[in-house]
Write a protein that binds this ligand. Structure first.
Ligand code: FAD
Length: 261
């Protein structure tokens, strides 16, 4: 969009860089092998900032389709935009146990403590490895067969991370720690039991369908990309390519409407 001289602004409610910063090690981005997700995220943000891309640290709390585009409400005010790319990512499936974590922000602060991770998919095992790398004593509680990819399974086994088959219902929160089956105690509890696209901003717009490959939607001027478009394709390369498809489509539309550069 910069190349097409399209005026745009990014809103980010938290840390720019998104979910990738929690990845233990990213091996599936061509040209980058074995990079920690946090380093990759930091580099992406530096890249954007060095090109003069504006990232406003504000949460978008409202998005309304109006006749000539969109009214976007943030905690800081309101702006209008002709088009919107929604790249809000995903939200975790939650459990109702007290104090449970859904992201390991700073595992190094948990070094030497006992962490129980619930889940048996890629995210659970990847987070377990990242915590283990920060000297956290990690155990994984899974209720059925481990569904994570074979590479992660092998790494978890090589790291000596303990796997216990059991149910969340076997856990109790007693005197500030988590007790499993009345015997094992853990200082921290985290759950990685699935994620769903975060489309909360467009909930009131009804069913929004995504067109491929442009990632435009059934709502005029609205694009959905990355995990917000599909958690089945939850990969950084998909987030990038769908964002690029949306940006290119916007460029083409503006030119076709005679509004291009
Ligand atoms: C532990 C882990 C390991 C992973 N490993 C890999 C890997 O090895 N390789 C790989 O390709 N992918 C990996 N992934 C997946 C990858 O991180 C995601 O697919 C990718 O980050 C999706 O990008 P996104 O931009 O769609 O969403 P996100 O990265 O989730 O970014 C969405 C952003 O939107 C912001 N936001 C949301 N709502 C609002 C709002 N209302 N206002 C303002 N800002 C808002 C959020 O704060 C967030 O920063 C991993 C993910 C995890 C959790």
């Amino acid at each position: 969009m910069m190349k097409e001289k399209i005026e745009f602004l990014i809103f980010e409610k938290g840390m720019p860089g998104g979910l990738l910063r929690y990845a233990n090690r990213v091996d599936n981005l061509l040209g980058r092998l074995g990079t920690a997700g946090k380093d990759l995220s930091d580099e992406m943000v530096s890249h954007a900032l060095s090109m003069g891309i504006g990232i406003r640290n504000e949460e978008v709390v409202g998005l309304v389709r109006v006749e000539d585009g969109f009214r976007i409400t943030t905690k800081g005010g309101e702006i209008r935009s002709d088009m919107v790319i929604l790249a809000t990512g995903s939200t975790p499936v939650r459990s109702d146990l007290a104090g449970i974590k859904y992201e390991l922000e700073r595992p190094e602060e948990m070094a030497g403590t006992r962490l129980l991770i619930i889940g048996g998919g890629d995210l659970a095992l990847d987070n377990a490895l990242r915590a283990r790398g920060s000297s956290v004593n990690v155990t994984i509680l899974h209720r059925s067969e481990i569904k994570a990819n074979r590479g992660l399974k092998d790494e978890v086994a090589a790291a000596g991370i303990k796997l216990i088959e059991g149910k969340v219902e076997d856990l109790k929160f007693v005197d500030g720690s988590y007790v499993l089956n009345g015997e094992r105690r853990y200082d921290h509890l985290a759950a990685f039991i699935g994620r769903s696209p975060d489309r909360s901003l467009v909930e009131k717009m009804g069913e929004v369908s995504v067109n491929h490959p442009s990632h435009s939607t059934s709502v005029k001027g609205l694009y959905l990309v990355g995990d917000a478009a599909s958690v089945e394709s939850s990969q950084a390369a998909y987030a990038m390519s769908s964002g690029l498809s949306a940006a290119m489509d916007i460029g083409r539309r503006l030119k076709a409407d005679g509004n291009g550069p």
